[in-house]
Design a protein around this ligand. Structure first.
Ligand code: NAD
Length: 254
């Protein structure tokens, strides 16, 4: 019998990260999720299946010591590490006009969204290398296109796409590194109960997508699971856009 694969997911207590953890646990993986929200972490542990294969850890993905410590705890607990998903992010892209954007807010986006990815790769590589590991970094379709007042978010996600190909070239052939750029993913159902919101989409919200709907965490989880698997063994350094076709649609005013 082969040992189940162990995957470390940052920001796994809610939203897309929780959806990825759910999919991987259901598929027989062992999963460590980190988060900075203690309440969300304990509620995630209640919600997730196969809890004997789950480890929950309080760790800030932008804090080097906490990334080092949580990776160590994961390997000590499960005995190995096969994959890392850096999903943690300040997910609200809107920070207001650039003229009023404080350096502190700018750096907060960069620290969690981009530096977190660097820290995971820096400190996770030695654990992954012996197993032919895989790293998946969460970017965004906002790495490719923008609405106003989203400079810090867009820059952090554009940085992820560039970091992905740089890491793939440096860490290959033992470790593959890919990015996923989700479009609109509805995470209302995947928040901790105190943050959950009723999910309602207007017809126009659905119909503007060539795929005819808004995305779900399972859409991103399925792609993540594939990129982590050996089936994706010839794929590295890429950015996969999962946005229901929105970035492929040409939009001119009527
Ligand atoms: P979310 O807010 O629902 O979940 C993010 C989780 O990360 C939360 O549990 C939060 O506590 C945790 N987190 C935040 N900062 C952290 C840190 N420094 N260290 C550890 N954990 C931290 O967000 P989401 O919508 O699920 O987004 C997840 C990722 O996907 C983000 O990187 C986001 O930018 C990206 N993304 C989301 C969408 C979308 O439509 N939901 C679209 C494109 C990209």
């Amino acid at each position: 019998m082969t040992t189940p694969q162990t995957i470390y997911i940052t920001g796994g207590a809610q939203g897309i990260g929780l959806g990825i953890a759910h999919t991987l646990l259901t598929g027989g993986y062992r999963v460590a999720i980190t988060d900075i929200d203690e309440e969300a972490l304990s509620e995630a542990a209640e919600r997730l299946p196969r809890r004997e294969n789950l480890l929950t850890l309080m760790a800030d993905a932008s804090n080097e010591a906490q990334v080092v410590h949580s990776l160590e705890k994961t390997v000590n607990h499960f005995g190995q590490l096969n994959g890392i998903v850096h999903n943690a992010g300040i997910a609200d892209p809107f920070h207001g006009p650039v003229e009023q954007l404080s350096l502190e807010t700018w750096q907060a986006y960069l620290n969690t969204n981009l530096t977190g990815a660097f820290l995971c790769a820096k400190h996770g590589a030695a654990y992954l290398r012996p197993h032919g590991g895989s790293i998946v970094l969460m970017a965004s379709s906002r790495a490719l296109q923008s609405e106003p007042d989203t400079e810090a978010y867009a820059a952090s996600k554009g940085g992820i796409v560039a970091l992905t190909h740089a890491l793939a070239v440096s860490l290959g052939p033992e470790i593959r590194v890919n990015a996923i750029s989700p479009g609109w993913i509805e995470v209302g159902d995947w928040q901790k109960p105190s943050r959950q919101q009723p999910v309602e989409h207007r017809a126009v919200d659905r119909e503007q997508h060539p795929a005819g709907r808004v995305g779900t965490p399972y859409d991103i989880a399925a792609l993540t699971r594939f990129l982590l698997s050996t089936e994706a063994g010839f794929i590295t350094g890429q950015n996969f856009v999962a946005d229901g076709g929105m970035t492929r649609k040409m939009i001119y005013a009527e």
